[in-house]
Write a protein that binds this ligand. Structure first.
Ligand SMILES: [Zn+2]
Length: 289
């Protein structure tokens, strides 16, 4: 018997560091529409690795607001804050393979190291590439600093990582269409990116790459603001032997369906609009659903 075709798996992955706004609503609704069209399922992942900024009340609000909007998801809900040991193991693995290293620099250390260098490259978020201060540190010095209580982040050694992979690094990109394009990933634009934060053993990029695979996500539907991050996610997937999903980056917010969204509506949270008396049907209509 032929194998059953893979059921598409999609996910909406908000951070509980504030209330959902209209851009989140749009992304959740795009995910839901596509999951239905593909006969797939929609999962919810709470991206709460930033333990300083995430709050339980915002997480509860995510459930309430999505349900109010008419977005349904399958359980269980994945919460990234429960997965730190998994991310830490990946960081240890990459470090042991010489593909990542601890970085003890503060932001001030980095800007001092860069102060005299003109035309230094920056990543797509505008952050200057890391100048490599800690890259060549001896194992003994790393041990001494850790023993002295110095906390470190973990950075990807971009050159070592790129040198260790063979074959092209590409991803399947649908955008908002039904036809996939092959996009050549260019992770070098990120330099020695932080993949483990100083305060938690993960970064957004590492956790997303690991968790999309853990959930069996086949189609990542997310905003264009994360398009360039996909290059880094592809590299992490290759290094961690994770098979990649397809990507469907959508415009941040479409204004061209129905009534134009005013700037003030865009800035407001879903619950603020609701408190002003706007109905879920009206928000869905405004977003083209
Ligand atoms: Zn450093």
């Amino acid at each position: 018997m032929p194998a059953a075709p893979e059921q598409p798996v999609l996910r909406f992955a908000p951070s509980p560091n504030g209330y959902l706004h209209i851009g989140h609503a749009y992304s959740a609704l795009v995910n839901q529409r596509l999951a239905r069209r593909l006969g797939g399922k929609l999962l919810l992942r709470i991206e709460d690795i930033d333990t300083g900024r995430c709050r339980p009340e915002y997480e509860l609000a995510i459930y309430e607001d999505l349900a109010w909007l008419g977005v349904a998801w399958e359980t269980p809900v994945m919460r990234q804050s429960e997965r730190f040991p998994i991310y830490a193991a990946a960081l240890e693995d990459l470090t042991a393979r010489g593909l990542a290293y601890p970085c003890f620099c503060t932001r001030g250390d980095v800007s001092r190291a860069l102060s005299d260098i003109p035309d230094w490259p920056a990543d797509p978020d505008g952050v200057p590439h890391y100048p490599g201060v800690c890259r060549g540190m001896s194992a003994l010095e790393r041990q001494c600093r850790s023993a002295a209580g110095r906390r470190s982040a973990v950075r990807l050694d971009m050159r070592a990582a790129l040198g260790g992979i063979s074959g092209p690094l590409i991803w399947r990109e649908y955008g908002e269409s039904d036809a996939a394009q092959q996009i050549i990933a260019d992770p070098a634009i990120w330099g020695d990116a932080i993949i483990g934060r100083r305060d938690v053993p993960a970064s957004y990029h590492l956790a997303v790459a690991i968790d999309d695979a853990a959930l069996g996500v086949t189609d990542v539907v997310r905003g264009m603001d994360l398009y360039h991050a996909t290059s880094l996610h592809r590299l992490l997937q290759r290094l961690l032997l994770i098979s990649p999903p397809a990507y469907r980056h959508h415009d941040i917010l479409r204004d061209d369906h129905g009534a134009k969204l005013s700037k003030s509506a865009r800035a407001k949270s879903i619950r603020a609009l609701r408190a002003e008396g706007e109905s879920a049907a009206s928000i869905r209509r405004r977003l083209g659903f």
